[in-house]
Design a protein around this ligand. Sequence first.
Ligand code: SF4
Length: 268
Amino acid sequence: MTWCPGCGDFGVLEALREAFSRTGLDPAQTVLVTGSGCSSMIGFFVKTYAIHGLHGRALPIAWGVKLANPSLKVIVAGGDGDAFAVGAGHLVHIARRNPDLTYLIMDNGCYGLTRGQASPTARRGGMAEENGAGQPINPLAFLITAGATFVAQGYSEDPQSLILLIQQALNHHGFAAVNILSPCPTFNRPEAAPPYRPEVVNIEATSHPVHDRLEALRLAMTEDDRLRVGVFYRENRDVLNEKPKGAGREDGRDDLTRLGEIMDELKP
Ligand code: SF4
């Protein structure tokens, strides 16, 4: 373990393991793709296949894995820097295209591995201000407007809710993203980081209309001291690289079969 004592990523790891177990995923048919940073070490601590990628490039790697072998369950994990800074361009276009991937974002508002610089979700004040952090990105609003078909938020210190959210994300057919508040006790400053023990509100206990995108956006952009966990938005939409029934090629072969044939032809 390379994580500091008390790191929020421990809670995410435990919830992920439990969700894997409850979902009954076969480790030999599961791939966890990560980016770079403290949270991306999570791939070392599970018994699935894993790829430790480059900073911000986990999503395209994961999409490549899914394209090459659509029968695999492909999960992506990384930090908020991976998602909303260097990888932001990938995230927008993956979200709107809706491939069948599960994305877990461990959001601590800083770059822990490189000693705590402000990341895109760093709140204003303290070290974030010194580093010119600017207005923080709202992860949920970002994901909802980009077109993700499942958007949820969890908290590493609320494991029971987090397990259920990860289970739902794993079962969603399409691009499912869960933003998880995962504090960095080593570098977070109280005024610039996700709060350690906020008042947690589970929106699933309310009458939140989960299929209403505008309502999800309104809830995501509501700013007060409470941390809302639960599924903000969910929709069923055509999944990338899966054709609707009856929409196959005229010769009866799908594009992936044809792609495999072309790659075989190119072999020396
Ligand atoms: Fe966790 Fe922060 Fe330590 Fe990284 S530096 S392992 S994010 S507590």
